[in-house]
Design a protein around this ligand. Structure first.
Ligand SMILES: [Mn+2]
Length: 356
């Protein structure tokens, strides 16, 4: 990575924050955008960047996201922490002097910003999408971080700013959920930020978020998931059918990953005329993001981290069944599994017969 290029790596968060303030300083308006269907890490990062800009530069930022906030925990987070984040379609991006992208990169294909709108600021921890970063005045991509919230926590520290309770709670939850409680893709900096935030966070609100009440559709999705899951040795493929919200695929993938025999989980479901793909692996040698990118090449978009990834394929007039079938074939081919070894996760013959 070149030191002078737009994608230069900062040697410290202090240096990064200084460069950020230099880039944004003097602006009168800022729009902070997350990836579509934002997760807690994205929401916390957006909220914290706004907090930092307001506290240190007096700049009031607007937060926006593409897609929907569907997962019960994420809805509870926004409600209980009173986070003002709006759907992108309700804001007019060209009206803002600064456009910041957090936990996302325009090139990943999961940001609802119009193509012609170039971000001013980009802070992320997903693998670098080089070409899309060119021309962005401020870029800080740390693939070694398990959460963008960790980067933002370090920004606050560098700016000598102790987060208030709601910001600390959001950041803590962002790190906790993106790293599955430090168990997935977390590095030293994530652990450090997590421990720093813990005493500052509101554990009561945190519990309320994590135990958020769910609609009936959630349980129905579980039944469908169990009913439509096939195992190919250590590779689990689940096709959920139509989903009430897009992150259901990720929720079911996390759930299925608990199977002791699982190495790869692929969950697919239909939302908004697109097949939503969520992939998990516990194989530390693999790269789920790369696998998804290869599988959806020419069909749609995708990417992620080494242990978790996702993608989208538009139906474009095809039936959901055909698209899912094609994706299943591609995943199995890529992971070296045979379609013929497929077995139902729960076989009728093994179900206990409760009615005698
Ligand atoms: Mn993240």
């Amino acid at each position: 990575m070149s030191q002078d290029g737009p994608n230069r790596a900062f040697s410290s968060s202090a240096e990064a924050v200084e460069a950020l303030f230099e880039t944004v300083g003097g602006a009168r308006s800022a729009l902070i955008v997350t990836h579509d269907d934002p997760d807690p890490d994205a929401i916390a990062s957006a909220m914290t960047l706004a907090y930092l800009l307001e506290q240190r530069l007096g700049l009031k930022a607007t937060l926006a996201h593409g897609g929907i906030i569907g997962r019960a925990e994420n809805k509870a987070m926004v409600r209980l922490l009173a986070i003002e984040i709006r759907p992108l379609r309700e804001v007019d991006p060209p009206r803002f002097e600064v456009i910041a992208l957090v936990d996302a990169q325009a090139g990943a294909g999961n940001v609802g910003l119009p193509q012609e709108i170039a971000p001013t600021v980009l802070i992320d921890h997903h693998s670098d999408v080089q070409s899309e970063v060119k021309g962005v005045p401020f870029v800080d991509i740390r693939t070694g971080c398990g959460a963008t919230s960790t980067i933002l926590t370090n920004y606050l520290k560098a700016a000598d700013l102790v987060p208030d309770r709601r910001t600390a709670t959001a950041l803590f939850y962002g790190i906790k959920s993106d790293t599955m409680g430090l168990a997935r893709g977390a590095g030293e900096s994530d652990v450090e930020a997590y421990l720093y935030l813990l005493p500052l966070a509101d554990t009561k609100i945190l519990a309320q978020i994590e135990q958020a009440q769910v609609p009936l559709a959630y349980f129905r999705a579980f039944e469908r998931a169990l009913e439509r899951t096939f195992i190919y040795h250590d590779t689990v493929i689940c096709s959920l059918g139509p989903m009430d919200w897009p992150d259901l695929a990720a929720e079911m993938a996390d759930f299925l990953l608990r199977w002791e025999g699982a190495r790869w989980i692929i969950c697919m479901g239909l939302f908004d005329d697109e097949i939503v793909i969520s992939v998990r692996t516990n194989d530390l040698e693999s790269n789920a993001g790369r696998v998804v990118q290869e599988v959806v090449r020419g069909l749609g978009r995708g990417g992620g981290h080494s242990l978790m990834a996702g993608g989208r394929v538009a139906l474009d007039g095809q039936s959901p069944r055909d698209v899912v079938r094609q994706l299943r074939r591609r995943f199995l081919l890529r992971l070296g599994r045979e379609e013929s070894e497929g077995e139902k996760l729960i076989q009728e013959s093994l179900r206990p017969n409760l009615i005698q």
